[in-house]
Write a protein that binds this ligand. Structure first.
Ligand SMILES: Nc1nc2c(c(=O)[nH]1)N[C@H]1C(S)=C(S)[C@@H](COP(=O)(O)OP(=O)(O)OC[C@H]3O[C@@H](n4cnc5c(=O)[nH]c(N)nc54)[C@H](O)[C@@H]3O)O[C@H]1N2
Ligand SMILES: Nc1nc2c(c(=O)[nH]1)N[C@H]1C(S)=C(S)[C@@H](COP(=O)(O)OP(=O)(O)OC[C@H]3O[C@@H](n4cnc5c(=O)[nH]c(N)nc54)[C@H](O)[C@@H]3O)O[C@H]1N2
Ligand code: SF4
Ligand SMILES: [Mo]
Length: 884
């Protein structure tokens, strides 16, 4: 009999959806949304739905390694502890560092922070949240005196106006997007405004799209503040009673002339007026923002420009109102709670505050306490590069790909005398530089808590055994702490004990002076922890219930309990040179550096290759054709990706996803092109604003192959690998032909060059086709041409699951054409049911006029719903074509 479902939480985005996971007897895991979880009420997006496909052990790191060789836990832990101690003894506490992640659980994060700040005595612990949330944190601190997200998800359903700025919610927080879409159906008066240089899929629910120029946000919201004052839309009573600094902020906003704002933002004056008027007139208004705001050299100013407008209208902390920074990672918020950033202390306390330092040190009974902020991510890796940091421990993040100037980061890692990496996978672009590799427990195995974007703490519960020697991160850190000589303070036997301590600390000397208070759970028992239902903070010792909203009646965490307006000047958005702005971000079905989503054939079928989105007119100007290969380069790096031409992209700007690494492509690490310019307040890098040249990549030949096994080495100038059912698919191109195609194919297929190859060669047009079989199953099929290969990708990938008993079938495969009964699906749009673009287009031409009709005909869009916006786009495009 199958085991009952385990209630847990999705390990991807900050929506924090509840998941029911049921391990089956055959080793697979059934995944469903938890109908009782208040974040998702049963919904899941495409990534959440495919979680069962990513928990297998292929590629997992299953035992500790020292210098690339298997080692015991004792050897590895002793080595880490002794090397860290030796470096600290010789060079002081600031010569070591931890670089951690919003994908650690709160318990992992808490002990890592405790070890560094309280026992090593340095604040050199920073996190990938520096690249993600730190401008929001800094903006909150400036305005509220605390890092508080005032609202709740319910506000998104109660609002009459939702302003989405710098957020591609449809793809990055899909369940929140679906909640808004459903609310909009129920309450058609609700309006949605999207502010993004690109017309993303999120535009599907937007009544208005403002194609803002990169970094135009401050000017836009400063202009809005001026407009609100002029229109008499201010809440004077709120400003008077609960805030300071309004006059100065308004002073800077006095330039509210629409033409001037239009020059700064690139948005037409009539569109500005329409947006400003809507905002002024709609009291129930939420402004949701994410990386288009945070990842900028003026990120913190953008955040404060937004918060200013909400403070000035008193629209904060009431139902359906407020500024809402949505967090990216599953535990970005938990990391902030434990003080995982180099400039914070545990429990939302501040390093610069002597009282806070004393409190935390007393509570921990620690020998030391970091007295000043540590190095922030970009500076931290610079310090690794120039030798100031001599021992570095990286946990649950992949900086060789995700940090700006990624090649410099890789070089720094290579030069660092001692690098420890805790990861779940053996081969990432970062593990390649580790002296010691520590195998961490992954989702489904680990046990702890995460906090989502609305301050809701939920349990991640294990439903799979720890594989081989893998161990939870909290255990690994605790063991190292003990071996460094701090055993008395790291006695934890389970995550419940850590959570109990974390909750207790939040209540010490608090009495409402700090926003983060979960003292109701101080000293929680293991049993109560096991049963802990999702709850929202604060839940202080005294409050019978907790959660809810902050600041409707003031009560800010500044010394005078008033919020602060910040007078922010608009950022410079002028064009610097003739190159393109490099915008970067995410796609629907991949997660960051693809170490997990890259294992799923379903998720890899939506975009199987790295790409650059470019406006067709910009492309024409550079001689770039759709689906051709292009090279993007600047002083820092150089990548080659596929051109995807679309008028959704603004002129002068290109968009490249952040996901592809050396594990999946020859050269597509976009962060090799991104400069490490940072926001002066938060230290967050401007990951969306590099400058690049874009040129055609003129290959001599192009290829496509499907492979049973992952290839080991691929000797060509361009390749991009993706998981397919039963194997892999790979796109290829070269500037020179290989000396011997049969040898090339043999290596690619992993079957040696003497294995029999079925081969077809047309000397006139340069076409080469080769296939190898093992019994009647396909080992590999390779198609080469002088132009991009016209073989149907989905059809060819499906051949890995077919049998080829007869010669005739094998020649059909070489011909590369689906039979009449198997039309080419096109790129997969609905990953749940594997429905392709061509199928949807054909159904639309055949009379399906709505997303619902497509669902009835093809099932597409009827499970997780993440693809509905794209389906609508295809239906609309075909309807327009039919009408032409
Ligand atoms: N599918 C998927 N979902 C994810 C993730 C993932 O890897 N894959 N990662 C998670 C994480 S950690 C994060 S942080 C979130 C990120 O979630 P989002 O912030 O929504 O995602 P991004 O694609 O990084 O960027 C959002 C948008 O900002 C726009 N933008 C760029 N420059 C500007 C600007 O100057 N102004 C404005 N207004 N907009 C601009 C970009 O065009 C882009 O569409 O997603 C989370 N969810
Ligand atoms: N150009 C550009 N760069 C960006 C961004 C962008 O928009 N544009 N976005 C930035 C943002 S917002 C973020 S959040 C970062 C994300 O960037 P990263 O954090 O580098 O990306 P991930 O692929 O999520 O890396 C997580 C790593 O942890 C491992 N892992 C997974 N689970 C566990 C676990 O339980 N324990 C341990 N020890 N390891 C585990 C995974 O295998 C993987 O190697 O990228 C940033 N970089
Ligand atoms: S929206 Fe999707 S990725 Fe985010 S938590 Fe929910 S299921 Fe996971
Ligand atoms: Mo993020």
């Amino acid at each position: 009999m199958d085991t009952p479902a385990v209630r847990t939480t999705c390990p991807y985005c900050g929506v924090g959806c509840g998941v029911l996971a049921t391990p089956r007897d055959d080793g697979t895991v059934a995944i469903a949304g938890d109908p009782e979880h208040p974040a998702n009420f049963g919904r899941l997006c495409s990534k959440g739905s495919a979680l069962g496909e990513t928990v297998h052990l292929d590629g997992r790191l299953l035992e500790p390694q020292i210098g690339g060789k298997a080692a015991s836990w004792d050897e590895a832990l002793d080595l880490v502890a002794s090397r860290f101690n030796a470096v600290i003894r010789e060079h002081g506490p600031d010569s070591v560092a931890f670089y951690v992640s919003g994908q650690l659980l709160t318990e992992d994060y808490y002990v890592a922070n405790k070890l560094m700040k309280g026992f090593i005595g340095s604040a050199n612990i920073d996190t990938n949240s520096r690249l993600c949330m730190s401008s929001s944190v800094a903006g909150h601190m400036r305005a509220f005196g605390s890092d508080t997200v005032p609202g709740t998800y319910e506000d998104l359903e109660l609002a009459d106006l939702i302003v989405l700025t710098g957020s591609n919610l449809a793809w990055c927080h899909p369940v929140l997007y679906q909640r808004i879409a459903a609310a909009k159906v129920r309450r058609p008066q609700m309006r949605v405004v999207l502010i993004d240089p690109r017309r993303t899929m999120t535009a599907d629910i937007a009544d208005m799209h403002l194609p803002i120029r990169a970094d135009g946000d401050t000017a836009l919201f400063v202009g809005l503040l001026g407009f609100l004052a002029k229109e008499g839309a201010l809440d004077h009573a709120y400003i008077e009673r609960h805030t300071t600094g309004f006059a100065a902020a308004l002073g800077l906003a006095s330039f509210c002339d629409l033409d001037v704002i239009s020059q700064h933002t690139g948005i037409a004056p009539d569109q500005l007026l329409a947006f400003f008027t809507l905002f002024a007139r709609t009291e129930r208004c939420v402004t949701v923002y994410s990386q288009g705001v945070n990842q900028s050299a003026s990120g913190t100013d953008k955040v404060n420009a937004i918060i200013n407008c909400h403070l000035a209208t008193g629209r904060i902390g009431r139902p359906g109102m407020g500024p809402f920074s949505v967090t990216g990672q599953p535990n970005a918020m938990g990391g902030r709670e434990v003080g995982g950033l180099a400039n914070m202390l545990a429990s939302h306390m501040q390093i610069e505050n002597a009282g806070h330092r004393r409190l935390v040190q007393d509570f921990w009974a620690s020998p030391a306490i970091a007295a000043r902020p540590g190095l922030k991510a970009v500076d931290l890796f610079k310090a690794v590069g120039d030798g100031r940091i001599k021992a570095l421990w990286i946990m649950a993040t992949n900086p060789a790909d995700s940090m700006p100037e990624a090649d410099h980061v890789a070089k720094a890692l290579k030069a660092c005398p001692f690098v420890v990496v805790s990861d779940i996978n053996a081969e990432t672009d970062t593990t390649a530089y580790a002296h010691v590799l520590l195998p961490a427990a992954g989702w489904g195995e680990k046990d702890g808590t995460v906090t989502n974007s609305e301050r809701r703490i939920s349990r991640q519960r294990p439903f799979l055994p720890l594989p081989d020697k893998a161990k939870p991160d909290w255990w690994i850190i605790t063991e190292v702490a003990r071996r460094m000589g701090f055993a008395a303070a790291f006695t934890y036997q389970n995550p419940a004990q850590i959570f109990a301590e974390h909750a207790a600390l939040s209540g010490v000397e608090n009495k409402g002076s700090r926003d983060f208070d979960i003292a109701a759970h101080a000293g929680i028992s293991a049993r109560a922890y096991d049963n802990l239902a999702p709850f929202q903070w604060p839940q202080s010792q005294h409050a019978a219930t907790g959660g809810g909203r902050f600041f409707a009646d003031g009560g800010f965490f500044t010394p005078d309990r008033r919020a602060r307006f910040v007078a922010v000047p608009p950022a410079d958005t002028g064009v610097i040179d003739q190159r393109f702005t490099l915008n970067t971000g995410r796609v629907r079905d991949h997660w960051h550096t693809m170490t997990r989503t890259g294992k799923s054939a379903r998720l890899s079928a939506h975009f199987a290759e790295p790409f650059v989105e470019m406006h067709p007119l910009d492309a024409a100007g550079r001689g770039i054709a759709d689906a051709s290969l292009v090279r993007l380069n600047n002083d820092y790096g150089d990548i080659v990706v596929r051109a995807l031409l679309t008028d959704r992209q603004a002129r002068g700007s290109v968009f490249v996803p952040m996901h592809w690494t050396n594990q999946f492509a020859r050269s597509a690490r976009v962060d090799t092109l991104v400069t490490s310019r940072t926001d002066p307040v938060s230290g967050q890098p401007a990951l969306k604003m590099a400058r690049v040249d874009v040129q055609p990549f003129e290959a001599l030949w192009y290829g496509f192959a499907v492979l049973r096994n992952k290839p080991r080495a691929i000797a060509t100038d361009y390749w991009a690998l993706a998981k397919a059912h039963g194997g892999y698919r790979i796109e290829l191109a070269g500037l020179r032909e290989p000396d011997n195609w049969a040898v090339f194919a043999g290596e690619l297929f992993g079957c040696g060059d003497d294995a029999p190859l079925l081969r077809y060669h047309d000397a006139r047009n340069g076409q080469q086709r080769m296939a190898a079989f093992s019994g009647d199953a396909l080992t590999g099929a390779l198609y080469i041409a002088r132009q991009p290969v016209a073989v149907s990708r989905s059809w060819a990938s499906e051949q890995l699951s077919q049998r080829f008993p007869a010669v005739q079938n094998r020649f059909q495969l070489l011909a590369g054409r689906p039979g009449g009964d198997m039309p080419d699906k096109g790129a997969i749009v609905c990953s749940c049911f594997s429905v392709g673009r061509n199928e949807i287009a054909s159904a639309a031409r055949g009379g399906c006029r709505t997303v619902a009709a497509i669902g009835e005909a093809l099932q597409a869009g009827t499970n997780c719903g993440s693809c509905r916006a794209e389906i609508r786009g295809i239906v609309d495009a075909n309807r327009l074509q039919a009408a032409e």
